[in-house]
Design a protein around this ligand. Structure first.
Ligand code: ADP
Ligand code: MG
Length: 308
């Protein structure tokens, strides 16, 4: 029986096709499934999880490509499906715990701090008065602040708060003010770095030059290849480890003294921008990492495959 991996996503798209081809090259079958269609089966005596397209048997592994937004209940259930699969012994890449720990930016910052990984001064609060106080104190010291959605991604919804600004209201931040000191690269010189890490190793890295201070590829940043080595790679590896991610996209900046700082860790990263400056196929590295580290005992069943 060949190994079978479920790629969880509502929209397979380019990433899905890349992964499917990469698994196939390893002799591993894969199929797409939508997380809302997966079912925790409470009727069967052993309690199982049904993944559509995989019949009675659970997949040999799960690759999580997206968790669709929904109500608090829906998202909780979707994460429970991933937790349940792990309980059943199915490797989940990335595991629900790593996803939970990185989707909440304040938890990521907490873990970075706990692991002694340099990051920017950051605050999180549910009290508007506290957020106002932080803004006043910081701007009095000539700093600007960035306010980010706690669950944000792709550079959406970030705001810069300078002296004289007021903090966005309760509804705009959905009740949580996540504030970070703004690190200024200088007008027109906006940039940061993205490193993709898998299995405790750097896969590839890029410099992103932004059209604005928000330098996500989704916001039109131009990308340049950089060597994934030295402190840049070392810190990215530590950051991925801190959240417990099998693989992660880690964002970094450099302060005025040249010191590397970790901005955030993405446990469901896109890699199309990075692929454009990477001479090998990133999906090949991810698929092989999942298979070798999590399905190692089953490896004997695989056909010959190229390693990197
Ligand atoms: N504190 C900051 N100082 C300067 N630029 C920042 C800061 N935080 C974020 N940015 C810019 O905004 C981008 C998006 O922020 P990030 O924290 O990575 O959130 P997202 O999850 O939306 O990618 C970063 O890649 C960086 O260019
Ligand atoms: Mg980011």
């Amino acid at each position: 029986m060949p190994l079978r991996v479920a790629i969880l996503t509502d929209e397979p798209g380019w990433h899905g096709r890349e992964l499917q081809r990469a698994f196939l090259a390893l002799g591993v079958q894969s199929a797409f499934a939508s997380l809302p269609d997966c079912r925790i089966d409470l009727e069967s005596p052993q309690a199982r999880v049904q993944v559509p397209g995989f019949g009675e048997r659970e997949p040999d592994a799960i690759f999580v490509r997206s968790i669709e937004a929904g109500s608090f209940e829906q998202v909780t259930l979707r994460l429970s499906v991933l937790h349940a699969l792990r309980e059943l012994g199915v490797p989940v890449y990335n595991d629900a715990r790593a996803i939970e720990r990185s989707v909440d930016k304040s938890m990521t910052t907490f873990l970075l701090r706990r692991h002694g990984i340099p990051t920017l001064p950051t605050w999180v609060t549910e009290r508007e008065s506290v957020a106002r106080g932080i803004l006043m104190r910081e701007t009095a010291q000539r700093h600007e602040l960035v306010v980010k959605p706690l669950f944000g991604s792709q550079g959406k919804g970030l705001q810069r708060l300078a002296s004289g600004a007021s903090v966005p209201g309760q509804d705009e931040v959905r009740g949580v003010w996540y504030l970070q000191r703004f690190l200024n690269c200088g007008e027109g010189k906006w940039h940061d770095w993205r490193v993709l890490v898998a299995g405790g190793r750097p896969v590839s890295a890029m410099l992103r030059r932004g059209r604005s201070w928000v330098t996500n590829v989704a916001r039109g940043a131009r990308v340049e290849a950089v060597d994934a080595q030295g402190d840049l790679a070392g810190l990215a590896i530590e950051a991925a480890e801190a959240v417990g991610a099998d693989y992660a996209g880690v964002d970094l900046m450099r302060d005025a003294d040249g010191r590397w700082l970790v901005l955030e860790v993405n446990s469901i990263p896109a890699w199309r921008g990075l692929q454009a400056v990477t001479p090998f196929r990133i999906a090949d590295v991810l698929a092989r990492d999942l298979v070798t580290r999590h399905l190692g005992q089953a490896l004997g069943r695989l056909g010959p495959a190229r390693t990197r």
